[in-house]
Design a protein around this ligand. Structure first.
Ligand code: 13P
Ligand code: SF4
Length: 299
């Protein structure tokens, strides 16, 4: 199957992008693996005719918004991020009516519809930098309340208005589960994704995006780490740091939508050029502005 995928990729000038949470064989065959910011940047710069995006829908949509002339195929169109749907148009309109000097800042984990109504996008790797650089006092941060709260602590001069959205898998991690691992591995550093709740972040030694967590572990002089994010990161962690030890909370956090990406489905979409992401021109144009602003402000 891998050989067939490689051949089709070459014949069709296609490139495979995979998020760090996808299954190991998918990460292994991908041309580029990374966090959501890295993948958005790669999608923007790509000269391929076809992008096969192995991740969840908001990632494929972002690639399409940035590349209207390319085919963006997803192995499984039902791979979706539940948090992306945890805010709606009415809530945004209500906040715009209630606050002067307001910026609507949307985490990239949001639908194209929501991006089209926002002023700027962010990812977990650049959110603090971008929010700090905005001229607005009031920031409606959507949809993730946990990342929003983390930003509010890092940028205290802003009035961050939170929305009640969350990632079900990161939000489920408890400080007790982290301390249980800490008792088993007392010398381990705790590395957490900012989608975790404040009590988990409060017992963490480092907070960052999936790629930042991997880089931190690689560059650290420590050998043991407790990782508070989805367990798909283990593939890159072990590749980059084969001599180090990584522990997850129990039960291991797992995003079922990321796991819908398989080699068979990659082969199918490459063969049939199916699961092609479509976004109306009007929505695409509106959603492009906040994504472009993110790319501009994060450099
Ligand atoms: P990253 O931007 O760190 O890749 O996170 C994306 C995500 O969905 C985390 O749950
Ligand atoms: Fe969405 Fe959570 Fe899955 Fe990330 S891990 S894609 S935030 S559901």
């Amino acid at each position: 199957m891998k050989d067939k995928i490689k051949l089709l990729k070459k014949q069709k000038n296609a490139v495979i992008l995979a998020h760090i949470y996808t299954p190991d064989p998918v990460q292994e065959i991908a041309d580029f693996v990374g966090d959501s910011f890295y993948l958005a940047k790669i999608a923007k710069e790509s000269s391929a005719d076809i992008i096969v995006f192995c991740g969840v829908l908001f990632m494929g949509e972002s690639a399409k918004i940035l590349n209207p002339d390319k085919k963006v195929l997803m192995p499984d169109l039902s791979s979706d991020c539940p948090m992306a749907h945890m805010v709606d148009e009415q809530k945004i309109a209500q906040m715009r009516d209630s606050y002067d000097n307001l910026a609507v800042v949307c985490y990239i984990n949001s639908t194209a519809e929501i991006k089209a109504l926002s002023d700027v996008c962010v990812t977990s790797s650049n959110a603090v930098k971008i929010v700090s650089s905005l001229p607005n006092k009031n920031i409606f941060f959507i949809p993730d309340k946990n990342l929003g709260q983390y930003i509010a602590e890092q940028v205290p001069d802003k009035n961050i208005i939170l929305n009640d959205g969350y990632c079900p898998y990161h939000n489920n991690i408890t400080p007790e589960q982290v301390l249980e691992q800490k008792n088993l591995h007392p010398n381990a550093l705790v590395l957490s994704h900012p989608e975790c709740t404040k009590p988990v972040l409060d017992v963490s030694d480092f907070i960052g995006s999936t790629q930042q967590i991997i880089n931190y572990a690689k560059n650290s002089s420590h050998t043991d780490f407790i990782i508070c994010t989805e367990s798909g990161v283990l593939y890159q962690l072990s590749n980059d740091s084969p001599d180090k030890n990584f522990y997850f909370v129990t039960p291991e956090p797992l995003c079922p939508d990321m796991k819908k990406n398989t080699l068979q489905k990659i082969l199918d979409v490459l063969q049939n050029e199916s699961n092609n992401i479509q976004i109306s021109e009007e929505r695409r144009n509106k959603a492009l502005a906040p994504l472009d602003k993110m790319l501009e402000l994060s450099t």
